[in-house]
Design a protein around this ligand. Structure first.
Ligand SMILES: [Zn+2]
Ligand SMILES: [Zn+2]
Length: 209
């Protein structure tokens, strides 16, 4: 990984310890059984230094990664390199409450139809437990890809997991999520809203009800 070049080995050791502590803290938050004895092998001062530094934040999509070198890149505006990375960054956006990012990465023609308040409530009133990407079909055709994943979260009703095969379309070198919950009421022969020039039925309709 490229951050080996920029950080020293002692730093990495310290970082991994902090990451483990953060994971433990997170699990304790879920069970509400926080045990300060877990801190025994780690110096409080060091831990706080890491916790308070936003660049040390663990990426919600993968606890092995730092946010700044994983989904944070895309949250900051860089186009996701492929649909799987976009999907991951959208999961992380749910976990971090980045509603604008969720809107901006949905097919532009669907953005006005999204229930933003519903998304915000789901995002902020859930504890996001993790993401597992099961399958990534990068080339369904020239501009479409699918990602099959399981997302896990917890809310007042308990723990949930959701298996989904999501569709994505590439428009001018940016990937967008095709949201099946925001139908567009288009005819099958209408031009596809992705702007590809094809009829809707031959383009994005598979993923938009
Ligand atoms: Zn990530
Ligand atoms: Zn299309």
């Amino acid at each position: 990984m490229y951050w080996h070049n920029s950080y020293s080995q002692p730093f990495l050791k310290l970082y991994r310890k902090a990451a483990n502590m953060k994971k433990k803290q997170y699990q304790h938050r879920l069970t509400k059984r926080f045990d300060y004895d877990d801190f025994n092998d780690f110096h409080h001062k060091d831990l706080n230094r890491f916790m308070q530094n936003p660049s040390m934040q663990i990426c919600p999509c993968n606890p092995q990664n730092l946010l700044t070198t994983c989904c944070g890149i895309y949250h900051a505006g860089e186009p996701a390199h492929n649909a799987e990375k976009l999907m991951r960054s959208r999961y992380s956006a749910y976990a971090l409450g980045l509603i604008d990012y969720l809107v901006a990465t949905t097919l532009p023609a669907q953005q006005q139809r999204l229930d933003q308040e519903g998304i915000r409530t789901w995002s902020t009133q859930s504890i996001w437990l993790g993401l597992e990407v099961k399958d990534f079909e990068e080339f369904v055709d020239k501009i479409h890809a699918t990602v099959t994943f399981v997302a896990k979260w917890k809310d007042a009703q308990g723990e949930h997991q959701h298996l989904e095969k999501s569709g994505f379309v590439k428009i001018k070198d940016r990937w967008y999520f095709l949201d099946p919950t925001a139908p567009l009421n288009l005819g099958r022969n209408d031009p596809c809203p992705c702007g590809n020039g094809a009829k809707f039925k031959k383009c994005c309709s598979t993923w938009i009800a």
